[in-house]
Structures are given as C-alpha cells and as structure tokens.
Design a protein around this ligand. Sequence first.
Ligand code: PGA
Length: 249
Amino acid sequence: MRKLIAGNWKMNGLIADAEALAHEVRTQYGDHQPFDMLVAPSATALAPVASRLAGSQIGLAGQDCHAAPSGAHTGDISADMLKDVGCSHVIVGHSERRADHGETDEQISAKAAAVTKAGLIAIVCIGETEEQRNGGQTLAVCRQQLTGSLPDGASADNVIVAYEPVWAIGTGRTPSTYDVEEVHADIRQTLRDIVDDADSVRLLYGGSVKPGNAGELLTIENVDGALVGGASLNAADFMAIGQAATANG
Ligand code: PGA
C-alpha cells in the first residue's frame, strides 16, 4: 500500500503563512513521489491553499465538519462546503476535538457519515490517554472508539483510521515499535469484523512523528502512513518524513 503522509496544521498560520507553506510543500513534492501527501489547513486558509495546490497530486483536508448537510449551526462547516472548497478528505474525531469539544463516538460517527455521503474520505482518529495506557486499557479503548466512530458503510474507499495516542501528541514522546505494532494489528483485526475490505483500509500512526523517527515508525507492519502535526508546519521536515517512510520500500 502506498504510504499517506497527512499534515494537520491545526490552528496555526494566517493565510499568507498557509500559502507560503503550501507553495513550499508543492514545490518539494513535485510530480512524482513514492508516497501520497495531504494537508489540513485552518478553515480560513482552505480556499487559498486549494488554489496553491490546484493541479498537484497533494490532497486537501478539513480538520472537522458538522454532521448535518446545512442548517442553523452557527460557526460550523458542512462536509459539502469542504468539498466545495476543494477538500478530498476530512479529519474527524481528533483527540483535541474529543477533549476540547466533548465529541463522542456517536457524534464522530455521524460526522464521518456526512463526510462519506459528500463523497469525501473521512480520517477517523482514535487513541488512548496516558492514564488509559497505564491502566492497560489501550486496546479496549481503541476498539471501542473505532467501532463507535466509524460511519455506516465504511470501506477502504471512504475511510482512513488514524491511531494517535493522546499522550504522544505534541509531546515528543512516541510509543515503542512493539506498542504501535500491537495496536495497529488489533485495529486491523477489529476492522475485519466491520468492513469487507479491512486489509485495504489505510491505518495512519500519529503523535510526535518527526523526520528522525519516521523511518522506524512508518515501516512497522500495518502502519500505512502518518498524521503529522508540528513537523508538518515545516515543508522540509514534512517531506523528509515521507522520504524516510519510503526509503526502504
Ligand atoms: P504532533 O500532532 O505531530 O504535533 O504530535 C499529531 C496530531 O495531532 O495529529
């Protein structure tokens, strides 16, 4: 499976910053790389970044969406609106949204369903907190989040799963190779009960992925790419992650 390196820019950068970063990413990616790439800018930068990436192979993602197609939901964005601005993917259920906005698996599943209904690909995020890991609950938590957050009709064509241990996000800490391998194998196994083409669903690892650890993290079995936060704000680091991930494969 081709690796996917996805950059989550979170709430960073004004339009000019996002345009400059998109331009650099596009220039460095060029036309041919052995891995796929996408970026998820802030909502206000989506349109300008879409024009910078037009005609390239780099995908564009929203960082969240509302479950409804339209209506009285002040401040929210629908999946159709994200499609309209040029998105191919939408991240749903990021742990920062679960924590900051109290999003539940049910809400995330409804958002993911809205994404797939709009014809886009949902990047569904799951992951345990440090307390849950220390309590030996990692696999149970991930299974529950996964089964609860996937949309009806999920398939390899419309869903990507991102495993992001909450304690590894933005901390510089990562799980051991063994731990990542164990969780990703379990996610794959859980998917087999839910999705017909489970073996083709892309599973991303996220949480402090950097150029220095990407080679190791992204060659673990069942790791089909990365969801990158901090390091995606630097085009050279972001590209180096893709290159490290594919250096031997
Ligand atoms: P990080 O963020 O790479 O800065 O740890 C990852 C994420 O939240 O997707």
